[in-house]
Design a protein around this ligand. Structure first.
Ligand code: AHR
Length: 552
């Protein structure tokens, strides 16, 4: 569709939503796009837990990324890299999932407690991965020293202000190990033998861990269960655990990609067994990856490059990211067949971009990758989707925190840098705990060529929320070539003032490095408040923008 055709269609189609009339007169120039925010149509509270993280013992995430050790020259707090702690506090980190991922179903929490010198060394789940960069030496990333264990992780959570989300091992430990882990973490001081062990390790008071995952990817690395088998395991694991007055929240392991039969068969079997076993969340994973020249379904071969990718892959990757919305609505619909009140919410506990090896900052960083402005777009549009479904999505955990997949940080020894994804989390933090508002975005699709044929991608994306008489609107413009002038109308309120923050880059391959850490960082932008209170803002090509609209 040509720009002029679009404008006509959008205005005709959105007639009922239009606020103010001045801009429809013949003298007024028409904008490229329109956003309508309904203050009278709240969707739900945006759970701060949507701004969650994921920490797995995988490559450079824990050893090098987080844990530098108490005796390190690198500034640290109790062995945890200080720069990371400070940066996580700034973005109001809400929750962190640990110890995996696939690693979780090979991990024994008992290996990571007590004096560090006495802890066992174990082969890491990822030791034989095909993706290891050439020449990766042995070290704790291959033979885990367990120096970062249960108490170190829970201390890391307290330092960063994050709630812990512990993932239990269903494939290779028992239900008893699960409830004893809960006992170790949550029993009142002096009440049990495990509470005494905790005290001996330096922590007398309980940690009061609320979120517990029951396995991970149980259809694959977590045990290769059928959904019916996993339902039986899940029910057995949660049938009895000590609660200690805590409102424990169990999270079940959801489908492989869009395999909806996993969700249907799991919930069906659980319903037959008499209920959902205090399930609080159903885990979804969605990674975006794309191919470089020629398509293949091979999980290993079929990924594109993190940086230096061909133009087509800009669009293809973002198209993959957009599939998140259907994943949410499809699973939600099926869950509603069994759980009519929708007591169980969605927990997207792994999401982000996944590229082929080659851009990692160090060869010990298995699945490490660079992050460009494209990843910032992916993060922004995904978080906007979560806000749009704030009534369904109770938590999400981007994969992973540092040095792995779509990280917020890259770190090696004393070097540390914030990625564009970090800046998106920083900008979007204003949405945490706010009320998501129904927001209608009308813009033309972005056209491109896929394998020589015409293809297209949704244009602007966005979401809005209200908190303390301020509306936060975040908008992504995935078009790397065109700015989009947009009129923004608020139904049910008038705007007094607007403050704009923009993250954008002219070069779609732009990224931050240890040598050039500020190549991409947020800057102030501008918008105009016109007659009738309509705000006009031009969204730069390849950009993520935040508008803070103070209401009259
Ligand atoms: O995040 C890397 C891996 O991706 C996780 O361990 C696993 O759950 C998923 O397949």
């Amino acid at each position: 569709m040509k720009r002029r055709d679009f404008v006509t269609t959008a205005i005709a189609g959105a007639g009922a939503l239009i606020v103010g009339r001045a801009y429809t007169t013949s003298q007024t120039r028409l904008a490229d796009a329109r956003i309508e925010i309904s203050l009278n149509d709240p969707i739900g509270r945006i759970a701060p837990e949507i701004y969650g993280h994921f920490v797995e013992h995988l490559g450079g995430v824990v050893y090098d990324g987080i844990w530098v050790g108490e005796n390190s020259k690198i500034p640290n707090q109790y062995g945890v890299r200080s720069a990371l702690v400070d940066a996580m506090k700034k973005i109001k980190s809400s929750v962190a999932r640990w110890p995996g991922g696939c690693f979780a179903d090979s991990y024994n929490w008992r290996d990571g407690i007590g004096p560090r010198s006495g802890r066992p060394r174990r082969p890491n789940f990822w030791i034989d991965a095909r993706e290891w960069p050439a020449g990766a030496p042995d070290g704790p990333w291959k033979y885990d020293t367990n120096h970062f264990g249960n108490d170190e992780f829970l201390r890391f959570c307290e330092l960063t202000g994050s709630q812990p989300y512990l993932a239990a091992n269903v494939r290779s430990l028992s239900a008893r190990d699960f409830y004893e882990w809960i006992d170790y973490c949550n029993s009142p001081a002096g009440a049990t033998t495990l509470a005494d062990m905790r005290a001996a390790a330096g922590r007398r008071e309980p940690y009061s861990v609320r979120y517990w995952g029951v396995g991970n990817e149980s259809w694959g690395c977590g045990g290769r269960f059928t959904p019916e088998e996993y339902a039986v395991e899940y029910a057995r694991f949660v049938e009895w655990v000590p609660r200690y007055g805590i409102d424990l929240a169990f999270i079940g392991s959801g489908p492989n990609g869009g395999d909806l039969s996993w969700t249907r068969r799991f919930f069906g079997r659980l319903a037959e067994k008499g209920g959902f076993g205090r399930m609080w969340g159903w885990g979804l994973h969605h990674y975006s990856w794309n191919v470089s020249g020629g398509r293949t379904n091979d999980w290993f071969q079929g990924k594109g490059a993190a940086v230096g990718y061909p133009e087509e892959e800009w669009y293809e990757l973002l198209n993959e990211a957009n599939k998140m919305e259907k994943l949410i609505t499809d699973n939600w619909a099926i869950m509603g067949e069994f759980d009519r009140q929708h007591r169980v919410k969605l927990v997207v506990d792994e999401w982000g971009a996944w590229y082929k090896p080659g851009s990692e900052v160090h060869n010990t960083h298995l699945l490490g990758q660079q992050s460009t402005i494209r990843d910032a777009l992916l993060a922004g549009l995904t978080l906007d989707i979560f806000h749009k479904h704030a009534d369904k999505v109770a938590m999400s955990n981007i994969a992973q925190l540092v040095n792995c997949l779509q990280s917020l940080f890259l770190a090696h020894e004393d070097k540390f840098v914030l990625t564009p994804t970090y800046h998106v989390f920083d900008m979007y933090a204003a949405h945490q705990g706010a009320t998501a508002l129904r927001t209608h975005v009308s813009s033309s699709r972005v056209e491109y060529t896929r394998q020589g044929r015409p293809a297209s991608l949704p244009g602007l994306g966005g979401s809005a929320s209200l908190q303390d008489r301020t509306v936060t609107l975040t908008v992504t413009n995935p078009d790397p070539k065109s700015a989009v002038e947009t009129e923004i109308g608020l139904r049910g309120a008038r705007v007094r003032e607007v403050e704009v923050t923009v993250l954008s880059a002219r070069d779609t391959q732009a990224h931050n490095t240890f040598d050039n850490p500020r190549e991409i960082q947020p800057r102030a932008g501008s918008a105009r408040i016109g007659s009738g209170g309509v705000v006009t803002c031009t969204f730069a090509p390849a950009s993520v923008t935040k508008l803070q609209l103070s209401l009259v």
